[in-house]
Design a protein around this ligand. Structure first.
Ligand code: SAM
Length: 241
């Protein structure tokens, strides 16, 4: 997310109902802005910290072959694009709550993600990440002596790269807050493969969230990315490595 004031010359392209309100896509010159309930959510102008969100995860994974990445929140696709620049990345699952954001990502915003949604490594799930993380799917078991039993399990990833809010202390909808509490972190951790990495984007320092991560992960680092005005963006990186 990039928290600058929206420009006055921007004009509205589309306004749609969204979770707890509405979403607006605006165009300002060659750039686009996504506004959520009157608050600036993301635009196509910058993206350094959004790219760092996935770059730090891939660096932490070292030489892990064919990493499978989850990107939480499509936005304008900067994070997704960065994941796809790494040839090692085998699969990226994007969890995005708003169907309109996915549609815009395949339409006017496609050039900003490098047309990422057409990459065969990308799978988009239109779902609420907070609920999805806690969900379990029935997977058929197979093998000699195993009957038609379904085992409750869930898909796991080498990296979870999450940017769905202005940060753990500044969520865009009330329901998102439970992603960052102890139960939320436990659910996220259960989605990581052994040695996996969790990264979380924030527009504020969120020291309590950093402490919560330290209680649950062996290694936690905090990266600050200067922005033109205001507090630096922050990327939290948590892993067992
Ligand atoms: C700031 S944008 C993400 C920016 C992205 N990192 C990029 O590079 O453009 C946040 C995105 O998260 C989505 N989002 C917000 N809450 C969500 C939730 N609970 N589940 C899934 N997506 C959510 C928003 O619709 C929006 O597309």
């Amino acid at each position: 997310m990039y928290t600058i004031d929206s420009t006055t010359d921007a004009h509205e392209i589309e306004r749609v109902p969204a979770a707890d309100g509405e979403l607006v896509l605006r165009r300002a010159g060659e750039h686009y802005e996504i506004i959520s309930n009157g608050c600036f959510l993301m635009d196509t102008r910058a993206g350094a910290s959004e790219r760092l969100l996935v770059r730090t995860a891939l660096d932490a994974l070292g030489d892990t072959p064919n990493p499978r990445i989850l990107v939480g929140g499509l936005g304008v696709g900067f994070t997704l694009r960065e994941a796809l620049t790494d040839a090692r990345v085998a699969q990226v699952t994007v969890i995005e709550r708003e169907p309109a954001v996915v549609r815009w990502g395949a339409g006017p915003l496609a050039p900003f993600s490098g047309h990422a949604l057409t990459d065969p490594r990308v799978r988009v799930v239109t779902s609420d990440l907070v609920a999805w993380v806690r969900s379990r799917v029935a997977e058929p078991t197979a093998g000699p002596g195993v009957g038609p039993v379904a085992e409750q399990s869930h898909e796991r990833f080498h990296a979870l790269c999450l940017d769905i809010d202005n940060g753990p202390d500044w969520t865009v909808t009330d329901g998102n807050a439970s992603l960052y509490d102890d139960a939320g972190l436990a659910a996220l951790r259960a989605r990581l493969l052994p040695g996996g990495v969790l990264t979380v984007w924030s527009a504020t320092a969120s020291p309590e969230f950093a402490d919560r991560l330290r209680r649950r992960f062996a290694h936690v680092s905090v990266h600050r990315v200067p922005v033109p005005r205001g507090e630096p963006d922050v990327v939290f990186v948590a892993s067992e490595r």
